[in-house]
Design a protein around this ligand. Structure first.
Ligand code: NDP
Length: 499
């Protein structure tokens, strides 16, 4: 068992955690509390406040004050803003082990993934966007308006920070997805109120402490804890919020999208996925492809938006590739996240485990063939599930049309490229896809015709701060990360000076 860091022990010793608003923890004694559960042991690890409308108002007011035209933050040079973001990246790196351990405690994921994807990913994202603070550009435009008396036009655009940003994030990568929103929003000069998921609120609070230690002015980055229905809804309907950035399910995205329109609030939505992995006969190395497909679905217990949860395998190699994927799955060591040799940890919560099991039952009822895994919990305690693989003849079943968000893969055979495209594009979602072939012409045809926002060839999908992420169809609106990510927190002002 890993020894918890001193910093984390001190943090957890507080037991009751309050919102982080205007540079410090608030007094939220009167609010109801939510207990945060360790999914590996089912033990409580702390309590957070369930943010009411009043505390949301307080957080938004702090963010609004920090965005005031005369605030330190608004007057700060882009270079100084970038320095704070860079210092926060350094702070995250310095305290990476504490953050990673906390993410493993509240989410259940493997510590090695919490170190690389959560703490490591967040540091990388803040470092990347620290550089963008000084690179936000408008344009000069040669317009054709006639002016009297020989006067001329000087027309240009400026990009200005949009204002107070409400960031709502899910539990699967609590720190790194938060960083995908906070870092570009702050680089653009906005201020932020973050609402983490009620399953994983603690790491967001630790991140807020680190932001203060990095020299973030009070009110620039606030964290309000609570649930979606009360706290999240109060935040997304707040008239002083000027941009909502949401990552979560398509179901919740639709609710938030409608709420945003009541105030005509700018919004970006990063939603669910049911991403296809397509393995052709001519994949360079079929065993390598099978390993990649297994990694693409079972990483983080399948709780990954870009998880390749449907695999289409060309008929000639279907049996071989499916057998290899299934062997890889059966060999995975299932254990708690602090076991450094574990390959699959528990799912995030009892409710989520029940939901995923429900889909496995449905798959069996609908006649899909269970290749490996199933509904049985392999441990006495904790929310565990063995990696589960089905095969099915076509796309008819619920397990292949709906996002399961767990370690469940469905394999379907295909004839040729047209058939693969038909199956892959037959979905209301369009977040990501992977293609496994050594034929570059075939790969290019697939890239052109697949309806997905992110496509990887011969690799499972990974994220990188420089590469935009977002979905086609009901997988979302807008893109996160990269240059478009920071520009999505700006609004454009068009100016013409007649001289
Ligand atoms: P949910 O949609 O249930 O929740 C996401 C966040 O929204 C949580 O913080 C939740 O709070 C909050 N929320 C819930 N209801 C409301 C509401 N009415 N108003 C405001 N906020 C609300 O998603 P999950 O947390 O279950 O996350 C899994 C989903 O996220 C999957 O569909 C996955 O595909 C998607 N996702 C998409 C990514 C992408 O980049 N496209 C990346 C990662 C995940 P609380 O939890 O406290 O109820």
């Amino acid at each position: 068992m890993i020894q918890l860091t001193n910093r984390l022990q001190q943090f957890l010793a507080k037991k009751n955690h309050h919102h982080f608003i205007d540079g410090s923890y608030t007094n939220a004694e009167s609010e109801q509390q939510i207990t945060v559960i360790n999914p590996a042991t089912e033990a409580a690890i702390g309590k957070v406040a369930l943010g009411t409308k009043e505390s949301v108002n307080q957080a938004v007011a702090a963010a609004k004050k920090a965005f005031n035209y005369n605030s330190d933050w608004r007057k700060m040079s882009p270079d100084d803003r970038g320095k704070i973001l860079y210092r926060l990246a350094e702070k995250i790196t310095e305290h990476a082990e504490s953050l990673a351990q906390l993410v493993t405690l509240e989410n259940g994921k493997l510590i090695k993934d919490a170190r690389s994807s959560d703490a490591g990913g967040a540091a990388k994202t803040f470092r990347y966007y620290a550089g963008w603070a000084t690179k936000i550009e408008g344009e000069t435009l040669d317009i054709s308006q006639p002016q009297k008396g020989g006067r001329q036009n000087f027309a240009f655009t400026r990009r200005e920070p949009v204002g107070v940003v409400a960031a709502i994030v899910p539990w699967n990568f609590p720190i790194s997805i938060a960083a995908w929103k906070i870092a570009p929003a702050l680089a653009a000069g906005c201020t932020v109120v973050l609402k983490p998921s009620e399953e994983t609120p603690l790491s967001a609070l630790l991140l807020a402490e680190l932001a203060m230690e990095a020299g973030m002015p009070p009110g620039v980055f606030n964290v309000i804890t609570g649930d979606g229905r009360t706290t999240g809804a109060s935040l997304t309907t707040h008239p002083d919020v000027k941009k909502i950035t949401f990552t979560g399910s398509t179901y919740t995205g639709k609710i938030i999208g409608k709420a945003a329109m009541d105030n005509i609030t700018d919004i970006s939505l990063e939603l669910g996925g049911k991403s296809p992995a397509i393995v052709f006969n001519d994949a360079d190395d079929l065993a390598f492809a099978a390993q990649g497909v297994a990694a693409g679905i079972f990483r983080n217990q399948g709780q990954v938006c870009v998880a390749g949860s449907r695999v289409y395998i060309q008929k000639k190699v279907f049996d071989k590739v499916l057998t290899d994927i299934s062997h890889a799955a059966q060999k995975m060591k299932i254990s708690h996240g602090f076991d450094e040799t574990a390959q699959l940890g528990p799912l995030v919560s009892k409710g989520h485990l029940q939901k995923v099991r429900g889909y496995i039952h449905t798959g069996m009822e609908e006649g899909a063939t269970l290749v490996s895994g199933g509904v049985v919990n392999p441990k006495d305690k904790g929310f565990y599930l063995a990696p589960t693989i089905f095969s099915a003849p076509d796309n008819d079943q619920q397990i292949i049309t709906e996002e399961i968000f767990g370690p469940v893969l469905v394999a379907v055979p295909f004839e040729d490229m047209e058939d693969a495209l038909r199956l892959a594009n037959d979905s209301h979602l369009g977040l990501a896809a992977t293609v496994w072939t050594k034929d570059i012409s075939k790969a290019m045809s697939m890239i052109n015709r697949l309806e997905a926002g992110v496509i990887y060839v011969n690799s499972p999908v990974r994220s990188d701060p420089g590469l935009p992420l977002g979905g086609y169809k009901q997988s979302g609106i807008g893109r996160e990360l990269g240059k478009v990510g920071v520009y999505s927190y700006t609004t454009l002002k068009s100016v013409n000076i007649v001289y």
